[in-house]
Design a protein around this ligand. Structure first.
Ligand code: FES
Length: 181
């Protein structure tokens, strides 16, 4: 089985030096935000619809304010997974939040907050390598196998000028509960 590490495990930190509470770099994704690559050779480049290849693996991104071009990367809770499926394979609520089959979710595992993922191409699902929770991104990121008990929060999308754009904020709270629930 082909697996692909999609991110780097970083433990949560209580605060970020130099970042203020109202810092737009720490604000959660907002309607009309674009997305930029979170790492790799394209780090910081705006992600186009064409960048999101059909049926995974997911891209890891940060939202960006389109007016100021401020990237909201001072909070790791703002990391987002973008992945494209065939629209007919999406569950109803997920299809309604998708754009051209592309769906977006918080990249932070709801168990204890890891942000590294293995893509499982046979099932088009993702597995957290920390404690092996699995999520179905075609169906609202529901938990297929624990120990996680909570879905990954979804982020509704639209397409503007060939670019995936946030159509609103997270549906649910990104992050995890103390103790791992
Ligand atoms: S942090 Fe993902 S399963 Fe534990």
């Amino acid at each position: 089985m082909l697996t692909l590490a999609l991110g780097v495990v970083v433990l949560p930190v209580a605060g970020v030096v130099g970042a203020q509470p109202d810092d737009p770099r720490r604000a959660r994704p907002q309607a009309n935000d674009r997305f930029v690559f979170a790492g790799g050779n394209g780090k910081g480049r705006v992600i186009t619809s064409a960048d999101v290849a059909p049926v995974g693996p997911p891209l890891t991104a940060f939202p960006m304010d389109p007016a100021t071009r401020v990237v909201r990367d001072e909070s790791r809770l703002n990391q987002v997974l973008l992945v494209r499926f065939h629209p007919n394979d999406l569950a109803g609520d997920t299809r309604a939040r998708a754009a051209e089959g592309i769906v977006a979710y918080s990249a932070i595992c709801t168990h204890t907050g890891c942000d590294s993922w293995d893509w499982q191409p046979a099932s088009s699902t993702i597995k957290c390598p920390c404690h092996f929770s699995e999520f179905d991104l075609k169906d609202g990121a529901r938990v297929l196998n624990g120990p996680a008990t909570r879905r990954l929060p979804a982020l509704p999308l639209k397409i503007v000028d060939g670019v995936p754009v946030a159509a609103g904020g997270f549906v649910g709270r990104p992050g995890f509960d103390t103790g791992g629930g």
